[in-house]
Design a protein. Sequence first.
Length: 141
Amino acid sequence: MRPAAPEDAPALAALHAKAFPPTGRWGADAIRLMLEMPGAFGLHAKGGFVLARVAADEAEILTLAVAPGHRRRGLGGALLAGAMAQAVLRGAAAMFLEVSEANAAARALYAAAGFAEAGRRRRYYPDGADALVLRRDLSPS
Ligand SMILES: CC(C)(COP(=O)(O)OP(=O)(O)OC[C@H]1O[C@@H](n2cnc3c(N)ncnc32)[C@H](O)[C@@H]1OP(=O)(O)O)[C@@H](O)C(=O)NCCC(=O)NCCS
């Protein structure tokens, strides 16, 4: 796993297209702009990547994608753990993310990583599904 740079955007967009349905895909330009936002960072591994952002003491997962052929081998969990560790180093005390209520795999991954529901955005996704806002404390317990 290594830090993602704006030059990695085309490779990350290709992974994103494998991981998400056509309506949810992000192009290389969008990913490059995200990586250039203040506080943003990414981690890139063979088969998947995560983009996140820290603002003040809060971190947010922008996207997490593992290509179908690389799933259920711990990569998603490792990318999420790496993003949490990087967020702590950058001063975050809590991490937030949005996940579709219909996304059972991601919800299971986030629950296993200690995230809990903190809110809901009704009919947030193009398929009409609600988004769950999940939160995890990053302070040492
Ligand atoms: C969600 C996603 C990132 C998981 O990646 P992954 O590499 O398969 O995840 P891991 O192998 O690290 O799984 C960790 C745990 O999450 C849970 N999990 C992951 N996929 C699951 C599935 N399909 N069904 C049920 N639980 C699942 C399990 O508890 C799993 O542990 P286990 O394999 O020991 O049972 C991947 O499925 C993906 O990219 N999906 C499409 C994009 C997406 O939904 N991203 C998240 C948007 S918020």
